[in-house]
Design a protein around this ligand. Structure first.
Ligand code: ATP
Ligand code: MG
Length: 212
């Protein structure tokens, strides 16, 4: 088998590589680049003739990538589960932040998120599951699902159930901060985006086309 080491990296032709096909990728961490990495992967995959499904959890139709991706190609389907309001677990916000947010944030006790939000996310996962199980897609991107898991908006059991049933050739990508340990342990690839510096610490707010 053709194989060589270059700068310590092991190179071999794709056709010679192992045949494990259903891969689980996780992009997590506080640094910027998780969702955009997943979108980059989607574009690359489309270029190779693959079909891609993206479900964006906890996001409404307010992200600039949606403008392009929604009509980009018949092989790409992008859907959102919606974001009815901002949420925070008790203890996450300082008193000052809580006052600042006022009625714009719903604060809930850990493990007991608002039921209507949970329903929305469950519907989003069911949608993704329907699409994934039909076998129409090679790549299934569950954007921000890690955050939904961390807030208990989606249960571990529900995602595990989907992962068990996924077609053998499919690639699953889960993005978002705070990926739970069980998901990280289960994944074939984990990238932890580490925030070295971010301009929001200088007071720069989210910018259209860069952050959203
Ligand atoms: P991107 O979507 O740019 O790839 P991401 O998916 O890694 O980033 P998220 O945690 O989903 O990042 O956050 C969404 C966006 O909000 C990111 O672009 C991030 O840089 C930005 N962001 C995070 N925290 C703040 C903040 N406090 N103020 C302004 N923007 C922020
Ligand atoms: Mg993101």
């Amino acid at each position: 088998m053709w194989r060589r080491k270059i700068n310590g990296w092991d190179f071999q032709p794709f056709s010679c590589r192992g045949e494990k096909k259903d891969m689980l990728q996780v992009y997590t961490g506080n640094g910027k680049g998780k969702t955009t990495a997943a979108i980059g992967l989607a574009i690359r995959a489309l270029g190779a003739g693959k079909r891609v499904y993206i479900m964006q959890f906890m996001k409404s139709l307010a992200y600039s990538e949606q403008e392009v991706l929604k009509g980009f190609a018949p092989q790409l389907c992008l859907e959102t589960s919606g974001k009815p309001f901002f949420i925070a677990e008790e203890g996450m916000l300082t008193e000052e932040e809580r006052k600042e947010w006022g009625k714009d944030v719903v604060v809930f006790p850990k493990g007991n998120p608002p039921a209507d939000y949970v329903r929305l996310m469950e519907n989003g996962l069911q949608r993704a599951e329907q699409e994934a199980l039909e076998g129409k897609y090679d790549i299934i991107i569950l954007d921000e699902i890690n955050v939904a898991l961390a807030f208990d908006l989606i249960s571990r059991a529900a995602l595990e159930n989907l992962l068990e049933k996924i077609p053998p050739d499919a690639e699953i990508v889960c993005t978002g901060r705070k990926a739970p340990k069980w998901l990280v342990d289960r994944a074939d690839l984990v990238t932890d985006m580490r925030e070295v510096r971010h301009y929001y610490q200088k007071g720069i707010l989210a910018r259209k086309g860069i952050e959203n």
